[in-house]
Structure formats: C-alpha cells, structure tokens
Design a protein around this ligand. Structure first.
Ligand SMILES: [Zn+2]
Length: 216
C-alpha cells in the first residue's frame, strides 16, 4: 500500500505579480519566478488587469508501507453450513501520534478499538473452546488502517480469503464497554448497533439477554 501525503503549495522565488506580455506574447520563467509551465508563464493572463501569480504545487509524497490484517478461522460443525462464513471484525490501529511538547502524544485507542480487538480475541478463544462449535464457519479478522480510510476492510473486500458470496454477515466490534465519562459517557451494560435496520441481530441479542438475564 502507498500512503499519499498532499504537498503544501508554495510560490517559487519571491512571489510577485507579473505584467502580462502585451499581445499575448510569451514571458520567461525568470519573469515569473519559474512556474514550470512549458508554454511559458507569461502566456496566460490572470484578472482583469492582466496580472497573474505563479504557484508551484509539488506532487504528493508517496511512501510505501506494509499493513497487515490478521485472520483466524473457526470451521463450522455443520457439513451443510460450514462453507458459509460469518465475519467478526475489529480494528487494531488508531491514529498514531499528535502534536509536540510535554505529555502523552499517543492516541492510545483503548476504546477505539483495543476494546473491540480484545473482545475479538476473547470471543475466538471462547467459541474455539466449545465442545459444540458453531454450525457456520466464523472468520475472525483484526483489521489495520481502519480508523482513517477503512483501508483494512477495503483490502479484505478486494482480496477475500473466502468467497464474499458465501459470507453472510460481518459483525464489527467497535468501542465495547466504555468506562470513561467523556463524550457520550459510560457505555457499560449497553449494546449499540449501527445498521440494525439491515438485520434482525438486535432482536436476537435482546431475546438472548432476557433469557439469560437471571444468570447475569
Ligand atoms: Zn474505530
């Protein structure tokens, strides 16, 4: 993958206005401080008074980087359903670092989304240890490059390990069990579902919780 950083436009030399060459004639790069236009910087007029400013915009900086999604699969126990996949995702990246000076500059990302990644591993360990495995196969996918750009999930969608046509759902875990009081406050004992109108999962979770409420 290549990370592109947009370049900051800068004027070459001392920014200055330049007289348009009368009759549409060509000026020189030296006239304009070097605009890089092979047609000559003086060939195009700007505003009504015939002046223009040349600004040089370098190409963005391209840096090759290697990102890794981490995947594990629990094969389904039902021969008729084990080629169907439920994907469970969480992202293990956050925003990196910020600013300068005193103090912690790291975006630690405990909520977003170390909590989801830890839950993903716990769920994988728990389901993997069951005597009766789930009937469908489950793909556990820890994604990188998600917080800005959804790069990890986009990569998986273009390079799926198992056919997307046989992938019936992706349950993405994000910010589980918040204990901080900033923002929206504590989220203990709550379940927030984005995209609930595409699925009946919410009703299943609610009925499961009410059936097990006496044990909680
Ligand atoms: Zn996130």
């Amino acid at each position: 993958m290549v990370l592109l950083r947009p370049a900051v436009p800068r004027a070459l030399g001392t920014p200055r206005l330049q007289e348009r060459v009368p009759g549409g004639g060509r000026g020189t790069d030296a006239d304009a401080g070097g605009c890089g236009d092979p047609r000559g910087c003086g060939s195009r007029a700007g505003g009504a008074d015939g002046r223009h400013v040349s600004v040089h915009v370098p190409a963005p900086t391209a840096t090759p980087v290697k990102l890794r999604n981490v995947a594990g699969v629990l094969r389904g126990s039902d021969p008729a359903l084990q080629d169907r996949f439920v994907v469970l995702t969480a992202h293990y990246d956050h925003l990196g670092v910020r600013g300068q000076g005193e103090g912690d500059h790291i975006y630690n990302g405990a909520n977003d989304d170390a909590s989801g990644t830890a839950s993903l591993m716990e769920i994988a360990g728990t389901l993997g240890g069951l005597a009766a495995r789930p009937r469908r196969s489950i793909l556990f996918l820890a994604l990188f490059g998600e917080e800005l750009g959804d790069l990890g999930s986009q990569y998986y969608a273009r390079h799926p390990i198992f056919p997307l046509a046989k992938t019936i759902a992706d349950i993405n875990l994000e910010q589980l069990g918040r204990t901080d009081e900033s923002g929206d406050g504590e989220k203990l004992g709550q379940f927030n579902l984005t995209g609930f109108d595409f699925t009946n999962l919410a009703a299943i979770f609610v009925s499961t919780r009410s059936r097990r409420a006496s044990k909680w």
